[in-house]
Design a protein around this ligand. Sequence first.
Ligand SMILES: NC(=O)c1ccc[n+]([C@@H]2O[C@H](COP(=O)([O-])OP(=O)(O)OC[C@H]3O[C@@H](n4cnc5c(N)ncnc54)[C@H](OP(=O)(O)O)[C@@H]3O)[C@@H](O)[C@H]2O)c1
Ligand SMILES: *[C@@H]1O[C@H](CO)[C@@H](O)[C@H](O)[C@H]1NC(C)=O
Length: 317
Amino acid sequence: MNIKRQEETLMGWSIMWWLFKLFGLPITIPWLIYHFLDIMQQKRKRAALSSKVIMITGASSGLGEALAHTFYRWGCRLILVSRRKEELERVKNDLMNTYQTIPTHPPIVLPLDLTDINNMKDEVSKAIMVHGRIDILINNAGITYRGEVINTSVDVDLKVMMSNYFSQVALSKIVLPFMIEQKSGHIVGISSVQGRIAIPFRSAYAASKHALQAWYDTTRAELFDKNIKITVISPGYIKTSLSLNALTENGQVYGLMDKTTENGYQPEFVAECILKSVLKQEKEVTIAPFSPKVAIVLRTLFPSLFFWIMQKRAKNK
Ligand SMILES: NC(=O)c1ccc[n+]([C@@H]2O[C@H](COP(=O)([O-])OP(=O)(O)OC[C@H]3O[C@@H](n4cnc5c(N)ncnc54)[C@H](OP(=O)(O)O)[C@@H]3O)[C@@H](O)[C@H]2O)c1
Ligand SMILES: *[C@@H]1O[C@H](CO)[C@@H](O)[C@H](O)[C@H]1NC(C)=O
């Protein structure tokens, strides 16, 4: 009785093994080879990052700071931009104390208010001329907003648009001639899931991020011939100070850490995803959990359903 059961089990196993050989191996082996080649290729590309000159805006905190770490670790020469000089110096010191890059390229600190769009050309150009070139511009600096359309001052709409949209357009226009001259370049625009779908109480923010998507799509097409690559990144919530620095209806600082932001992705994780997208020269990437991704598809395929859900959300704020 016992022996018979053992034989049955053995037979069961040999059938399983036979099935595996028939269907499993032809799938598994190419899959392993594919992944092996992919890893090798990523390694080669990462090696190519060494000594690339990369300007990162909003490098004094959050995602920008994480991006600085991610790219510096691979030996990139960084130009760190934001308003607060002391914070940029702190990031610079952290980088130089944490990683030994060979050869050592101390990051350049460039304190700048990116909403001062007509007065930044000279300083940006000077910073680029330190290394004589610029390979990648990561347009990351930005602010967010919380409030209702009906009582939000237009000044706030303008300020958010300036900080998120016009600042990226203006800086890109300063950097692009250098890239065109050197016959290569890559601009990475940090948009948001809210650049693909608009949700209640974020009107100015969503509008500024939607505008970015449009501007980059046009730019990508026009500058394709000039060997300029454009990658637009749309992240979901990230655990940063973004909501703390948010503007409210009358332009005051919101000053609270939202639950959504608190529970968001770690900035280091998002920075690593961005590095991979840059290496693959992807045109657009959404870095978000399942439900925001579904919402983006809903907005495109079933807009009425999407509008209905947003209507409900606007009601129970
Ligand atoms: N956190 C999220 O949930 C989330 C989700 C999707 C997309 N994003 C996007 O990710 C990007 C980075 O935000 P974060 O989450 O890392 O927020 P954060 O921690 O508040 O960082 C914002 C950065 O932008 C800089 N900045 C703001 N206004 C500026 C100006 N006028 N001139 C120069 N620099 C300016 C700030 O530096 P200074 O104060 O020193 O100027 C800071 O370094 C933003 O574009 C944001 O829209 C964030
Ligand atoms: C705008 O309206 C909302 C809801 O009525 C209110 O909570 C908020 O304080 C108002 N903000 C301003 C600046 O009036």
